[in-house]
Ligand binder design. Structure first.
Ligand code: NDP
Ligand code: OXD
Length: 313
């Protein structure tokens, strides 16, 4: 079996070694134009030339959860695309979002600024009930985040495309679904967490019309994709005082350009697309297990993380 590795911005050697030892007998190589035809590919944001050069692929394995960059390419009809299913990302995302929500709710950002000035001052505790958190996207990451926020006793709302059974992992989360449920979901939320995939339906979803529906003093945590958020609308609602702040991990252009007004904004916390990193060992183990199962005749549809290309996630 031949596996082509084509991951933009990723040092290949440890992946080649890891995949080779997890799949003894497989020939794993970095793709270069004209390379022999591979059976499977492990990819992150590959060029169109890679897809065009490898018409014999049986499946593409994406080394991230989001497939928006991959689905911008012209893929052969019916070519299965498999994304990472958690692989150690959901716990990182839960840490990141809980940290950002709690930092805002408990005013740790204010205490940090005051202590830097040598100031010892108390703030009146705020009521958790006044900080309902809305999680957009209740998939692998969103569900874990909603669950983690519940353990801190925040009121949590969740919004997904299709209605969810709120028992089990989503116990205690108030569910909203579809375009019809969106405005009610926003009106019931003050802290907004975005964990949607970037698709034709969700691009620019965090615009003025949506963000102004959040409760006054709203706070935005965007950990999905920069193109979900209309930057100028966020800035305008921060300026008007309707929004109190934002923690942003993802941006329309990454790295965030030096001249972007988000830099240095007193109400915006920036991190460099690091909320949930791809963990190499977990990801190699997951991908190798799926390639082996598929190669042994298990239908791909039985494996987790198979993307519905028509929906875009
Ligand atoms: P999933 O596919 O498991 O979950 C997607 C969720 O979004 C589902 O609940 C789905 O609804 C919902 N959804 C999709 N379209 C719509 C819509 N039009 N309206 C309402 N809800 C919708 O994805 P993951 O949880 O694994 O990942 C989510 C995203 O997080 C990724 O696509 C990626 O962009 C981002 N990400 C960011 C990282 C970072 O470091 N910043 C790291 C990893 C991922 P339903 O359940 O009904 O299908
Ligand atoms: C992902 C990401 O989609 O890293 O996995 O953003």
């Amino acid at each position: 079996m031949r596996i082509a590795f084509c991951c933009t911005g990723t040092a290949p050697e440890p992946w080649l070694q890891g995949l080779s030892s997890a799949l003894p007998g497989a020939e794993v190589q970095v793709w270069a134009p004209g390379a022999p035809q591979a059976d499977f590919a492990v990819v992150w944001a590959p060029p169109q030339a890679f897809i065009d050069d490898q018409p014999g692929l049986k499946a593409l394995f994406n080394i991230g959860a989001g497939v928006d960059a991959l689905l911008k390419l012209r893929l052969p009809p019916g070519l299965p695309v498999v994304r990472l299913d958690d692989a150690g990302m959901s716990v990182q995302m839960a840490e990141y979002v809980c940290h950002a929500a709690i930092r805002h709710f408990r005013e740790f950002d204010v205490y940090e600024a005051e202590s830097a000035q040598g100031q010892w001052s108390f703030h009146k505790p705020r009521a958790r009930a006044d900080f309902p958190v809305g999680v957009m996207g209740l998939g692998v990451l969103g569900a874990r985040v909603a669950q983690a926020l519940r353990t801190f006793e925040f009121p949590v709302n969740g919004w997904s495309r299709t209605p969810k059974n709120m028992a089990g992992a989503l116990e205690g989360v108030r569910g909203f679904a579809g375009a019809n449920g969106f405005h009610d979901f926003l009106a019931e939320s003050r802290i907004l967490v975005n964990l949607l995939p970037l698709t034709a339906d969700t691009q620019n979803i965090l615009d003025r019309n949506a963000l102004q529906r959040l409760q006054p003093g709203g706070y935005v945590i965007n950990v999905a994709r920069g193109a979900h958020l209309v930057d100028d609308d966020l800035l305008a609602l921060l300026a008007s005082g309707h929004l109190a702040g934002a923690t942003l991990d993802v941006f329309r252009t990454e790295p965030l350009p030096a001249e972007h007004p988000f830099w240095g904004h007193p109400a915006i916390t920036i991190t460099p697309h690091t909320s949930a990193r791809t963990l190499r060992d977990e990801s190699i183990a997951q991908i190798a297990r799926k390639i082996a199962a598929f190669a042994n005749g298990q239908p791909l549809a039985q494996l987790s993380g198979v993307v519905d290309v028509s929906l875009g996630y």
